[in-house]
Design a protein around this ligand. Structure first.
Ligand SMILES: [Zn+2]
Length: 129
């Protein structure tokens, strides 16, 4: 999903959440929106280039194959889940990440032809490369 839509949906979600969790919504918002920084990290790793504009254009192209977006993997979620047991901050980070992942999944269901394919696991990605 495009960043502007992530921003809008995450903001609406956080406005709704604010009445329940007050300032923890900041953690939810930042994790729900900035998780996509991994697209940029992958671009840097793959292209050896730090140009943010080119990275955005490249990552929004359809049909990219086997992309590793590290914050969208089961290993990262497992780590945050484990940390959430010990501290509230990570619990709210996990809520933001889960909301982000939910709208990514809805986007893929609605527009399957627009999206490339990314791995869900660092382990399986490493095994393929
Ligand atoms: Zn995403």
């Amino acid at each position: 999903m495009l960043l502007k839509y992530h921003f809008i949906f995450t903001l609406i979600f956080c406005i709704f959440l604010f009445q329940f969790i007050q300032w923890w919504t900041i953690a939810v918002f930042f994790s729900g929106f900035f998780i996509d920084i991994d697209h940029y990290l992958y671009y840097i790793l793959k292209k050896r280039n730090f140009n943010l504009k080119k990275a955005y254009q490249c990552e929004t192209k359809p049909f990219g194959r086997d992309r590793l977006h590290i914050f969208h993997t089961i290993e990262f979620y497992t780590l945050i889940f484990g940390l959430a047991i010990f501290h509230n901050f990570f619990f709210f980070i996990l809520i933001g990440l889960s909301f982000h992942q939910l709208i990514d999944i809805v986007d893929v269901i609605i527009f399957p032809y627009k999206r490339g394919w990314r791995t869900n696991s660092i382990y399986t990605w490493i095994n393929r490369h």
